[in-house]
Design a protein around this ligand. Structure first.
Ligand SMILES: NC(=O)c1ccc[n+]([C@@H]2O[C@H](COP(=O)([O-])OP(=O)(O)OC[C@H]3O[C@@H](n4cnc5c(N)ncnc54)[C@H](OP(=O)(O)O)[C@@H]3O)[C@@H](O)[C@H]2O)c1
Length: 338
């Protein structure tokens, strides 16, 4: 395979490069692409030095798979060029996710949809991937009616500049200069707030009815991934001063009864899910523990005594990996197998 990574200098692009190497993805060429600002930057891949070129329409000649790890605008401008050049695009942005002709894929949930692509396959929103992974075994066993979800999202979910912003603010607490925040909650917002020692109840810009775009993505993308328009999702998305991994507190109402013990059994054998649930020994998932893991970790399973057929759980997943890069490479592996 000859692959291109558009946005190769960003946090998702860099993670993707690492994941391709770790998983020994069959590669003849890796073409690193980014904005004109990054021309000539160098990164190592399996001992070889790769030089970044500008992502221009003609950059996709000869490419089989183009991983897009840049903004929605970049994907809208360049993904059609990549498809015209004969590549299959796997896009991490939100540009094409709700397009009817574009499959929105979490391989453990709906891999069968991959085959109906017309050149573009979308990777879902990172919090949505992590939630879908934890819901899937319960959904298959007893049906899921409604999910109330609160997220605790890492700064790396907002890109490389947000990571730098948190680092600078933490350094300032220890006596360094405190610069005004200019990225979080989102670079496109009118106002910016300090994230160090804070939580910000805004991920992405506000949209209809007081919900953010991130929250609406969790509603609509979850329905598309499960192919179930009746599935109700009530989200609150929050940015926390954590470097990697999004955490989610889920309240899941199921169609049919499900005991906590049975839920544990289902989650323990679900592909890509790891059950870490032993409160006697204070075992539960925490973001700090998973800088390099692809699985989604589930713990704190409890019956919800306020509602029939409902349980609570705590879910942690690395949003740069399973929420973006690793999910994209898994999709590419399906394409290679075909
Ligand atoms: N971060 C996450 O956890 C996460 C998870 C799931 C999905 N996503 C999505 O993945 C995408 C990338 O996110 P990120 O967090 O990696 O962002 P990032 O760290 O800010 O990186 C952005 C990348 O886009 C490139 N870029 C900017 N303008 C460009 C242009 N005109 N042409 C080509 N490339 C250009 C940048 O290159 P330069 O260095 O040259 O500017 C950089 O490589 C976004 O759509 C994001 O919503 C992110």
């Amino acid at each position: 395979m000859r692959v291109a990574i558009v946005g190769a200098t960003g946090v998702v692009g860099q993670t993707l490069l690492g994941v391709l190497s770790e998983r020994n993805f069959p590669l003849r060429e890796v073409r690193l692409l980014a904005s004109g600002r990054s021309i000539g930057k160098q990164y190592e891949y399996k001992g070889e030095s790769l030089v970044v070129a500008e992502a221009l329409p003609e950059a996709f000649l000869g490419i089989d798979i183009a991983f897009f790890c840049a903004s929605g605008e970049v994907a809208r401008a360049l993904a059609p060029c990549a498809v015209r050049a004969g590549a299959v695009v796997i896009d991490n942005s939100s540009a094409y996710r709700m397009d009817d002709n574009v499959p929105l894929i979490v391989p453990e949930v709906n891999a069968a949809e991959i085959g109906r692509h017309c050149g573009i396959i979308a990777n879902p929103n990172c919090s949505t991937v992590i939630m879908a992974m934890a819901l899937k075994p319960l959904y298959d066993a007893v049906g899921v009616k409604r999910v109330v979800v609160s997220t605790y999202q890492a700064v790396s979910g907002a890109g490389i500049e947000a990571v730098e912003e948190l680092k600078e603010q933490v350094a300032a607490f220890n006596g360094g200069p405190l610069k005004a925040a200019k990225i979080l909650p989102t670079a496109a917002a009118k106002k910016h707030y300090q994230i160090a020692f804070n939580v910000i109840p805004q991920v992405d810009l506000f949209a209809e009815h007081g919900y953010t775009k991130e929250e609406w993505k969790m509603v609509y993308e979850t329905r598309k991934i499960f192919g179930d328009d009746t599935l109700q999702v009530s989200p609150t998305t929050v940015r926390v001063p954590v470097m990697w991994c999004h955490s989610l507190a889920l309240n899941v109402e199921t169609h049919r009864p499900l005991t906590v013990d049975r839920a544990r059994e289902l989650l323990a054998v679900a592909p890509g899910v790891v059950l870490l649930d032993d409160t006697d020994n204070q075992i539960y998932p925490m973001p700090i523990d998973f800088p390099d893991r692809d699985e989604v970790f589930v713990g704190r399973l409890r019956q919800d005594f306020s509602l029939p057929n409902a349980l609570n759980m705590w879910v942690v997943g690395n949003q740069l990996r399973k929420g973006a890069a690793s999910n994209a490479v898994q999709i590419a592996e399906f394409l290679v197998k075909k």
